[in-house]
Design a protein. Structure first.
Length: 363
């Protein structure tokens, strides 16, 4: 979500004047004159800073017509400032930020969505979540995440495989914060042993860490996955790479044969879209994922990847084995995914959709 908002702000600035108010960052974080950061960490400090700084900016610049919130968490700030300064309010919603179950959050944040002029959902599924919170259908726009597709093809796979000891391996890739909903632990327990029996040179590469700053996730899931890998004797078939920078992530996408996203259906933590599916597509890699949340908006089933029913681990295992053994099918799906990412999800198209929303609100 943070990468999405950063990309959106930087790309909106190419066609719109943008000023950003955001939270505290550690000393040494690069600063820019169009970004205002809170001096202290924590939500309360951010809320106070946003109200104070937002009021100063809106009072001094009447040309600012639209206030945009990056998630449902910002809905009360956006709605309040829009009401006081007679501007239009827009809030982006991503999935879990709508359904986070704490009563105080629902009272102070999610309920304010219906007071905003426009809610932008990242998928049709997330749009239905917003409707359940009382947001009218006419106030919702569905705009998918954007990405710089070209950024995911600038690497050479052979060197990465050699550096990581993956030469001669069929590389299955899981990317993302190790939240329980991602289903990585269940995939390791249930699918990986079956896959290895059929494809002995398969190796699962896991990129990501525990989401330590999340409001929702508090489990040490990485330790749990590592323990199951040891218990099942799978250590030689699994690599934990932790958090990677952008270049390293691009390299591991290129080194992969297949991305797997075995998301679980959960009531209080949902997959609103699945941006890693777009990243894999941009890198020309096919995906196998579960038909959960907003994932069907990210994957064209049967074309750029294959979608399984959640909990059907037998079909998931069989599908992965089949694709790992079919170079042509993986190549064709990867090419389809790349073309789709470049056509439908490039930032130029996404920013154009945002511009249309802004024009509707400020004719």
């Amino acid at each position: 979500m943070e990468n999405l908002l950063s990309g959106l702000c930087h790309n909106l600035r190419k066609t719109h004047p943008v000023f950003v108010i955001t939270s505290f960052a550690p000393p040494g974080t690069p600063g820019e004159d169009w970004i205002s950061r809170s001096r202290w960490s924590g939500l309360v400090a951010f809320f106070i800073h946003a109200i104070w700084r937002g009021s100063l900016i809106l009072r001094s610049d009447p040309k600012i017509k639209v206030i945009v919130g990056g998630s449902a968490l910002a809905a009360p700030l956006v709605a309040f400032l829009a009401m006081i300064f007679r501007r239009k309010s827009v809030v982006l919603v991503h999935g879990s930020d709508v359904v986070y179950p704490k009563a105080v959050y629902q009272l102070l944040c999610a309920r304010w969505l219906k007071k905003c002029d426009r809610v932008i959902a990242n998928s049709r599924y997330t749009a239905t979540l917003a409707k359940q919170k009382g947001v009218s259908t006419d106030s919702i726009s569905v705009i998918p995440p954007g990405l710089d597709a070209a950024a995911f093809v600038r690497s050479e796979a052979a060197g990465t495989k050699k550096r990581l000891g993956l030469e001669g391996k069929k590389v299955l890739l899981c990317v993302g914060r190790l939240a329980r909903r991602k289903g990585v632990k269940e995939f390791v327990e249930t699918c990986l042993p079956k896959i290895i029996l059929k494809v002995p040179d398969a190796c699962l590469v896991i990129v990501g860490e525990n989401p330590t700053e999340s409001l929702i996730h508090h489990d040490d899931l990485k330790a749990q996955i590592e323990a199951r890998v040891r218990d099942l004797g799978l250590a030689r078939y699994v690599r934990f790479l932790g958090r990677l920078d952008d270049q390293e992530l691009t390299e591991i996408y290129q080194a992969a044969d297949l991305l797997v996203l075995p998301v679980l259906p959960m009531k209080d933590d949902v997959e609103g879209f699945g941006i890693v599916l777009l990243e894999a597509a941009a890198a020309g890699k096919p995906v196998v994922a579960t038909r959960v949340g907003g994932i069907p908006d990210a994957v064209e089933d049967g074309q750029s990847g294959l979608l399984m029913n959640p909990g059907d681990y037998e079909s998931l295992s069989v599908t992965v084995v089949r694709l790992l053994g079919n170079d042509r099918a993986r190549r064709e799906m990867g090419e389809c995914g790349r073309a789709r990412a470049q056509e439908k999800f490039r930032w130029e198209e996404v920013v154009k959709s945002y511009g249309e929303v802004f024009r509707l609100l400020t004719p």
